[in-house]
Design a protein around this ligand. Sequence first.
Ligand code: SF4
Length: 220
Amino acid sequence: MKNDPILRVYETFAGIQGESTRAGMPCFFIRLSGCPLRCAWCDTLKARPFQAGHDRLVSSLVREAVESGIPLVEVTGGEPLAQENTPELCRQLLSAGLRVLMETNGAEDCTVLPEGVIRIIDMKPPSSGESKKMLKKNFQTLRPCDEVKFVICDRRDYDFARSALAEFRLADQTPNILFSPAFGTMDMPKLCEWILRDRLPVRINLQFHKIIWGADAEGV
Ligand code: SF4
């Protein structure tokens, strides 16, 4: 088949959206292999090596997503934008009539994606050890449909997220700014208290997949 590139895929599965404004919805996940970052609390360690998983044709991934019968598909990782054929996968998923979400780590250029893809961009806070690798352009070119997520472990992470909110005028670009208390680490009432005290225009985002399947559930 013409234009049928290959992607390294760790796994595909039908699951429940864990961390976005669509949390709780059935979703078909395509988890690509490989990530150049080394977040201290990475919860997808098995998918992080670029050699993990196996090669798949883009056409077979699209067929599987369509046959799942779930109209919502998320491309995740690892870091999906670390593979050059990911935009083509997204183009073909969109052409198949699916709603496409992209969960990405903030360090790769999101503007390579087709217009119809909804970006869920993780801005890595200091506790990750990777906050300096964030690509500013990603946070200056958001659309109202896009989402920015901060996984918050402690007060330092909260202060970082609050500063980013102001620096990039995130809430002027999208209503979907998510503060996600790190499961089992961040005291949730405390985070709510800080947000309320500062009157931040953000939304608390619980890690649904960990609540449902336990603390060891992999990130989505
Ligand atoms: S960006 Fe995601 S996959 Fe990569 S190291 Fe961080 S948590 Fe793990």
